[in-house]
Design a protein around this ligand. Structure first.
Ligand code: FES
Ligand code: FES
Length: 161
């Protein structure tokens, strides 16, 4: 593909404008990882199933392997790298760490983003709302009980903010 066939994509990622010129078929997850070096967003499947690639796009969760980067041109994106500030963990990250809400950690970035989205919409979710919010995120280490506890702890930590 010649340079003329490539397209400039500009995205507001974690509070700053980032851009790269890419092939139009570039997936958003590839754009984030390979062109912006934001490798916290993971690729765990090729069937849009696992949710390891979840990011916030204009305030909504999306699986970043399911859309092309040019489709996100001009959008606001939050990746897992955008959660901590000045070296301090976000309450959601802190809760996952304290509750051992991870084992290998591969699914964790997506779960953190889905949890953040849930708590931004519903400050004190029911158990059913938590399960529904995380239904698109698969943990192959299957440690779901501690993930669930972590979300509950995050609710408390967010209230104290
Ligand atoms: S890598 Fe996107 S859903 Fe699995
Ligand atoms: S902690 Fe290993 S896949 Fe979830």
């Amino acid at each position: 593909m010649s340079a003329a066939d490539k397209t400039l994509v500009r995205i507001h990622v974690n509070g700053e404008w980032r851009e790269a010129t890419v092939e139009p078929r570039t997936l958003l997850v590839e754009f984030l990882r390979d062109h912006l070096n934001l490798t916290g967003t993971h690729i765990g499947c090729d069937t849009t199933y696992c949710g390891a690639c979840t990011v916030l796009l204009n305030g909504r969760t999306v699986k970043s392997c399911t859309l092309f980067a040019p489709m996100a041109d001009g959008a606001e994106i939050t990746t897992v790298e955008g959660l901590s500030s000045n070296g301090a963990l976000h309450p959601v990250q802190q809760a996952f760490a304290e509750c051992h809400g991870l084992q290998c950690g591969f699914c964790t970035p997506g779960l953190l983003i889905s949890t953040l989205h849930l708590l931004s919409k519903t400050a004190n979710p029911t158990d059913t709302q938590i399960r529904k919010a995380l239904a698109g995120n698969t943990c192959r280490c299957t440690g779901y009980q501690n993930i669930f506890k972590a979300v509950r702890m995050a609710v408390g930590l967010m209230e104290k903010r």
